[in-house]
Design a protein around this ligand. Structure first.
Ligand code: PMP
Length: 387
């Protein structure tokens, strides 16, 4: 299979797997145990924390390990809104194109009596910082805006939004899950107070992620934990740390940091090669941009009249996604493609193609040919077979 679904998840880098095997077999002691073996595990976890902190331009004490971006997003949103000393209803601002782990968390807050403003986006999927400013209220407890979209690759103006939220004294959370692979992510440059990402989108393990919480925010208003127990992660996230996964994530982060810009350019080249090949074979419409303001490695496009879900079942040699893989069980059209104003018909014919570390130019070309053949076959456009 030609795997071009790197927004859903990435294959684990062999260097990550090797680091995890060593960690799992040699560093298995509980990092909270005060004996020598535990202290060794503790030191390895803290080294990993330092690697992640340097990568984000954060302090080591600002990094919390979670089970992934879903937990990180839940913890950021519920932890801030539920963290106040009083129980009065509060207000949260987010956008219509966030991942469900943010949107559904906000919906749960709404059900609990809080107010939520879900800001619209433009045709490119971008939220207007001025709209964020206009939505701020005295009781606004949090703004949550993603760095880059998992379906249409739009990069949000997070730094510009941060200037406004900072001036208003409102914490800003950023789900950076799709951005950390190819964009520069520095929490100070972005100006965010909370930031989330996940190991399995950066060639690391599944089931582990990072939540950054600035010390300034923690000192002012400590987050309320979702999990209570042994007080791990400075009381914010109880439960014995998954040492091997944490070390795997840090290894994945080190690999990213090594050649980010060169790799981003290479991935953009693969995407251009794919689209160029496809253009000569079958008509399509882009649902995402391919220039400034979009992730370099991904593209969303529609084939007129096609049923993308059916197409993906038929084109077995290519693994791409129709809509968001996270919602693949849901039959309703993608909330992201709906938010940018696409008609249901165009959403039905949409696929997302995402290149990754092990993708090659030959794969980009073969994938375009296979998808085009699938589209032509299902549209009855295939050349007539000789009798
Ligand atoms: N946020 C975004 C933008 C994502 O793309 C994903 C994964 N689809 C998540 C959050 C959830 O991440 P995880 O699978 O690690 O819980």
């Amino acid at each position: 299979t030609i795997y071009l679904d790197h927004q859903a998840t990435t294959p684990m880098d062999p260097a990550v797997a090797a680091a995890m095997l060593t960690a799992a077999t040699e560093c298995f002691a509980n990092p909270s145990s005060p004996h020598a073996a535990g202290i060794r595990a503790f030191r390895e976890v803290e080294r990993a924390r330092g690697t992640v902190a340097r990568f984000l331009g954060a302090g080591r004490s600002e990094i919390y390990f979670t089970s992934g971006a879903t937990e990180g997003n839940n913890l950021a949103v519920k932890g801030v809104v539920g963290g106040g000393p009083d129980a009065r209803p509060r207000h949260v601002i987010t956008t219509a194109v966030e991942h469900k782990s943010v949107l559904d968390t906000c919906r749960s807050l709404r059900a609990a009596g809080h107010e939520v403003t879900v800001l619209p986006v433009d045709a490119a999927g971008r939220v207007d910082p001025a709209a964020v400013a206009a939505a701020l209220r005295p009781e606004t407890a949090l703004v949550s805006v993603m760095l880059a979209n998992n379906e249409i690759a739009t990069v949000q103006p997070v730094a510009a939004i941060a200037e406004l939220t900072r001036a208003a004294g409102v914490p800003l959370h950023c789900d950076a899950t799709q951005g950390v692979g190819t964009l520069a992510v520095d929490v100070r440059a972005l100006g965010v107070d909370l930031l989330t990402f996940s190991g399995h989108k950066i060639y690391g393990p599944k089931g582990v992620g990072v939540l950054y919480v600035s010390n300034a925010l923690s000192d002012r208003a400590p987050l309320a934990p979702l999990l209570h127990g042994g007080g791990q992660e400075r009381g914010l996230r109880a439960g014995t740390l998954n040492t091997a996964a944490v070390i795997g994530l840090a290894t994945a982060v080190e690999l990213l940091a090594a050649g980010r810009e060169r790799e981003a350019a290479r991935l953009a080249g693969l995407r251009a090669r794919f689209l160029g090949e496809l253009a000569g074979l079958v008509p399509y419409t882009l649902n995402s941009g391919t220039g400034e303001g979009f992730l370099p490695q991904a593209v969303n496009l529609s084939f007129a009249g096609a049923d993308a879900q059916q197409l993906l079942l038929e084109v077995t040699e290519v693994a791409v996604s129709s809509g968001s893989a996270c919602n693949s069980s849901a039959q309703e059209p993608s909330h992201v493609l709906t938010a940018i104003g696409l008609a249901p018909e165009r959403i039905r014919g949409s696929i997302r193609v995402g290149f990754g570390r092990f993708s090659t130019e030959a794969e980009a070309v073969r994938a375009a040919r296979a998808l085009a053949a699938g589209v032509r076959a299902s549209a009855g456009m295939a050349a007539a077979q000789p009798a």
